[in-house]
Write a protein that binds this ligand. Structure first.
Ligand SMILES: Nc1ncnc2c1ncn2[C@@H]1O[C@H](COP(=O)(O)OP(=O)(O)OP(=O)(O)O)[C@@H](O)[C@H]1O
Length: 265
């Protein structure tokens, strides 16, 4: 039995004039515990919709999402999401933003002192302990994303769902945060699913890359194993034959699909 099973899942939205917009159709995927999966596909194909279905924020229209043998049909603290644009509450300090989730999950099982230590431990994990008292407005984009990751991790979710978390960041900050996510994954061994538009990011981080076909009715087109040992070093990997091969395979998939769309228009 797989840890997370996306079982023939589909999503149709109502469209204007009584029509229907079939966004995803028959998506099938089995994800193992501790796996890092990247999801890539052209803009608008349904990546966020898929992640939202796993998060329980969007209902599936057909099929289902099964996490550890139980069907997902609502959001829950066992699935934390980090969005591209941080969703921190601006009137709360960094500390209190993380505390909100911690109270919800550990309000009954950890003492106040334990919860405090846990909040600080998670902020330190993303090197943001020093900014615990600051408000989100006083932080850079990269720092806000770090806090968003800390807040998600502090809930000890079974699944960490990352929806283009670094899309709005400059290349250097992005690289630092990619390294931070790889370290966290190595240390905690959590199951992570990350949407990205960035082929290098997908190859660097993932154990497997799930490539979605173009919409409408997008589905899994190809799944690529990334056979690179960890820890991964971006500089050393850049010329590694397996890295280059994986990168090419993803580019080819996207390029061929893209051409197909143009030809069909
Ligand atoms: N709540 C909604 N109601 C109606 N249609 C929606 C809704 N959410 C998404 N869609 C439609 O579903 C399709 C897929 O959107 P989605 O955001 O999942 O794509 P995406 O692959 O994540 O795009 P991008 O890469 O540009 O972020 C789009 O056509 C979008 O208009």
């Amino acid at each position: 039995m797989s840890y997370l099973k996306i079982d023939h899942a589909g999503k149709t939205f109502p469209a204007s004039g009584g029509r229907e917009n079939v966004v995803l159709q028959d998506v099938r995927l089995d994800i193992a515990k501790g796996e890092f999966v990247s999801v890539i596909g052209h803009s608008g194909c349904g990546k966020s919709t898929l992640l939202n279905m796993i998060a329980g924020l969007t209902e599936t229209t057909s099929g289902g999402i099964i996490l550890e043998g139980r069907e997902v049909n609502a959001p829950g603290p066992d699935r934390a999401v980090v969005f591209q644009n941080h969703s921190l509450l601006p009137w709360l300090s960094v500390y209190d933003n993380v505390k909100m989730g911690v109270q919800k999950v550990f309000g009954r099982t950890k003492t106040k002192a334990e919860r405090h230590d846990w909040i600080m431990q998670n902020l330190d994990l993303v090197q943001m302990g020093h900014a615990a008292h600051k408000r989100p407005g006083e932080l850079s984009g990269g720092m806000k994303q770090r806090v968003g990751i800390a807040r998600a991790l502090a809930m000890e979710p079974k699944l960490l769902l990352l929806d283009e978390p670094f899309g709005a960041l400059d290349a250097l900050t992005r690289a630092h945060l990619q390294d931070a996510v790889m370290e966290i994954h190595a240390r905690l061994g959590n199951t992570m699913i990350m949407i990205t538009h960035d082929v290098d990011e997908a190859v660097l981080l993932a154990d497997r890359i799930v490539m979605l076909t173009n919409g409408p009715a997008a589905t899994v087109g190809e799944v690529l194993e990334v056979p690179l040992a960890r820890p991964r070093d971006r500089i050393r990997l850049a010329s590694h034959p397996d890295y280059v091969r994986a990168r090419e395979a993803v580019l080819r998939f996207l390029y061929e699909r893209h051409r197909f769309v143009e030809a069909a228009e």
